[in-house]
Write a new protein. Structure first.
Length: 325
């Protein structure tokens, strides 16, 4: 990725992680990962020897380091890196002494010496990299006996299918004829109506009101037809609450709040678009396996689909030395 692309990604994700959120993907759990993904990492963590050193790539606010610390405590060390600035609310240096965060780090240029890690891992992060270069770095910083364990977005997964649907929802919300634009245009007329003074341009006020009502009707129709309407319902409720509070004295602030909300939605749209664009087909995962085998002919590489009742969640990719495990 070019430096300009890095800067844009860093800024977008820094804004997101500043909220303290633990997860980045659609449908993630309120706490740490559960289900098939949690089981994958717990199995891996339980098998690490005491004193093992783990590198977590594209860590975000550290759901994987948190899970490993909850499982093993100070028995293992974790260095967690990310391109963005991070805000892991759970991390207390005095308590989590063996977990270290490093921000502003590209996976293609890791600031670690060769052969220093017993495990290199990534959860919904590695696939965003220049994969051949990042994989070469993973092999460089890991010991010959190390495990490489990756959970990556699957092009046919439930998460990616939901992401594609939500991209269509974002277009409805943020487009020129979408709800956010219509709500912004109707705010001044609502403020005038609530002032008690006569409206000077009734035709324009009525036109703005009708555009807003039409946008709401279109959103309701789209929500009724969608298998995952949550974003549309949440946005409609947020806009309605904001407009309900509009008064003559706060119309400007209401407009600023609405623009801020639109900015949050645009950030979510960009993150979702990036997830969909970087989700991997099997052939791409097989290319990674071939690169590992070429560099380490004795490696055993296993590729699986992590799935549960709802469907496929992700690819799992595990490379270990022959005879390990």
């Amino acid at each position: 990725m070019h430096e300009d692309g890095d800067n844009g990604r860093r800024e977008a994700w820094t804004r997101y992680w500043s909220s303290g959120r633990l997860h980045s993907c659609v449908g993630s759990y309120a706490g740490n990962y559960d289900g098939a993904i949690g089981a994958f990492w717990r199995t891996l963590g339980a098998g690490l020897p005491a004193g093992a050193r783990v590198l977590d790539l594209a860590t975000g606010n550290g759901p994987l380091p948190l899970l490993l610390w909850e499982l093993r405590g100070d028995a293992i060390e974790v260095d967690a890196v990310d391109l963005a600035a991070l805000s892991p609310a759970w991390h207390q240096p005095g308590t989590h002494r063996t977990v270290r965060f490093h921000q502003g780090v590209r996976m293609e240029a890791l600031p670690f010496a060769a052969a220093g890690f017993d495990c290199v891992a990534s959860q919904f992060g590695f696939e965003y990299s220049d994969r051949p270069r990042a994989l070469a770095e993973c092999l460089r910083v890991s010991r010959p006996t190390a495990t490489l364990a990756l959970v990556m977005h699957h092009a046919g997964s439930l998460l990616v299918r939901v992401g594609r649907e939500e991209l269509a929802h974002h277009a409805r919300l943020l487009g020129d004829d979408g709800l956010l634009r219509a709500a912004l245009e109707v705010i001044p007329w609502i403020a005038q109506a609530r002032s008690g003074a006569p409206i000077q341009d009734v035709a324009s006020a009525n036109a703005a009101r009708e555009r807003y009502n039409q946008a709401m009707r279109a959103l309701a129709d789209a929500a009724g037809a969608s298998p995952v309407p949550d974003l549309l319902h949440e946005s409609a409720s947020a806009v309605q609450r904001l407009l309900a509070g509009v008064r003559p004295e706060n119309a400007r602030q209401a407009g600023e709040a609405l623009r801020g909300y639109a900015g949050e939605l645009e950030g979510a749209r960009l993150r979702t678009a990036e997830m969909v664009a970087h989700a991997l087909e099997r052939a791409q995962v097989e290319e990674m396996a071939a690169q590992v085998r070429a560099a380490r002919p004795d490696a055993q590489v296993r590729i699986d689909e992590l799935r549960q009742a709802e469907g496929v969640l992700a690819w799992s990719f595990v490379a270990t030395p022959t005879g390990a495990g």
